[in-house]
Ligand binder design. Structure first.
Ligand code: PLP
Length: 428
């Protein structure tokens, strides 16, 4: 068949609901061979150097800001580019014609495997903020009800509650977190901060799985069980800094809702989100946006993801990102993250003038650490590191005054060593 006739055949077949040849696979076949290069092996210095070459990051900068904005490996970029191109060959077919329905469901299943949850519990949204907005707007909270979170809760998971509390009449209580004590905290201490705050009127407890300032890992099961036992109805977790970095095991964790941004630690294209809802909430939560798709998806989690046209090419490429993460291996990644945490912790301990502001224990920490200076304010040092040496990181001026370092799985030991030297020089 000529390519024009093949094209026509595909369109006619799709609109008649017939099975069509799989143009997606044809387009992606060359790309599916790419992930084998993105392995981590034992995580040796050499292997990580090879992995690092799979990313586009500019060699002139030292990028340790994956907690802000992640980056995709070449395989994912190429898959995304191919999907965008394919879409433009017949936009209707791919966007509305159903051609990417099956790949989208595969992506949902991939997310489900990563998160330890059934596929029917996961919506593919646009970012973490969207998930929390849906919760704040869609729960039936009113006068007499309370939502609680600590000062470590990110704005993306906080502002929506404050906004809706004014309209719906519920209360938001933001409590302090013992930031100064964080270096010595164990998971039980982290849980106690939240559980001690619960009162009879607390209906929703919100917390980050890993917070974005000092990288405290919150023990999901301990907090969820304790909160439910104290009468909390909805335990809502911000997974922006954990999904793809550390195990989530959502179904076993007992949490009710979990939202994340896959561009960070799943290394997916930007503008995608994941949103987990336990069954009871899937039925109870009112969708924020309503349109024709909603009726079609009634009773499913897709009520929370479809509200008009969206970039399905990015959704398809999320599947490639999940493939790459699979090829890297959950255990191998975890080991790599743990070893970087240890390398930085040791270096800070051995350097006069630097102080560690994150949990020392790996089971209470993450690949996101805060390092302060005894004699300088961190933002001033951060600006100089960027200007003079191209170091890209995040600075905080208070609670704590620290530089936040967030290496990803492909950050090399060489890069960390350069960073440590620069920090030591700044501290001196
Ligand atoms: C812990 C945490 N929650 C939420 C967000 C907001 O993410 P998004 O802008 O993708 O919604 C971020 C962004 O850095 C974050 O670190």
């Amino acid at each position: 068949m000529s390519s024009r006739r093949q094209f026509l055949h595909r369109v006619v077949a799709a609109s008649a609901g017939l099975a069509v040849a799989d143009p997606l696979r044809a387009a992606f076949d060359p790309l599916l061979r790419i992930p084998h290069r993105t392995t981590l092996g034992t995580g040796s210095t050499e292997e990580v150097r090879r992995l690092r070459a799979e990313y586009f990051l500019d060699d002139a900068i030292l990028y340790v800001n994956h907690a802000s904005i992640g980056t995709v490996p070449r395989a994912v970029h190429e898959a995304h580019a191919a999907a965008l191109r394919l879409c433009e060959t017949n936009p209707w077919l791919y966007m509305w014609g159903g051609e990417w329905e099956a790949p989208r469901e595969e992506v949902r299943e991939g997310l489900a495997r990563l998160l330890g949850a059934p596929a029917e519990a996961i919506a593919i949204t646009h970012n973490t903020t969207e998930g929390f907005n849906q919760l704040a707007a869609g729960l039936d909270l009113g006068p007499g009800d309370e939502v609680v979170f600590t000062e470590l809760n990110h704005a993306g998971a906080s502002v929506c509650w404050e906004h809706w509390s004014e309209r719906a009449g519920f209360t938001v209580r933001r409590i302090p977190f013992p930031v100064e004590a964080a270096p010595d905290m164990a998971p039980e201490d982290v849980a106690a901060v939240h559980l001690d705050a619960v009162r009879p009127e607390t209906r929703v407890l919100v917390f980050p799985h890993v917070d974005n300032r000092i990288g405290v890992r919150h023990p999901l099961r301990l907090i969820a069980d304790g909160a439910h036992a104290r009468g909390v109805e909805v335990v809502a977790v911000d997974g922006a800094q954990s999904a793809g970095m550390i195990p989530c095991d959502l179904d076993a964790s007992g949490v009710d809702a979990f939202a994340g941004s896959p561009h960070k630690w799943i290394q997916a294209p930007k503008g995608l989100g994941l949103f987990y809802l336990r069954e009871e909430l899937r039925e109870r939560l009112r969708p924020t946006w309503v349109t024709w798709g909603q009726a079609q998806w009634d009773g499913t989690v897709r009520r929370f993801e479809d509200y008009g046209t969206r970039n399905l090419a990015a959704v398809v490429a999320l599947g490639d990102a999940l493939d790459v993460q699979d090829a890297l291996g959950g255990d191998a990644k975890l080991q790599r993250y743990r070893s970087m945490h240890a390398r930085l912790l040791d270096a800070v301990g051995a350097t006069a003038g630097l102080s560690w502001r994150s949990p020392r224990r790996w089971d209470a920490g993450a690949s996101l650490v805060a390092i302060g200076f005894d004699a300088h304010s961190a933002p001033a040092v951060g600006s100089e590191l960027l200007r003079e040496y191209g170091v890209v990181l995040r600075s905080f001026g208070a609670r704590p005054d620290a530089l936040r370092i967030s290496p990803n799985v492909a950050t090399t030991d060489d890069e960390l060593d350069v960073l440590i030297e620069l920090l030591a020089a700044a501290a001196g």
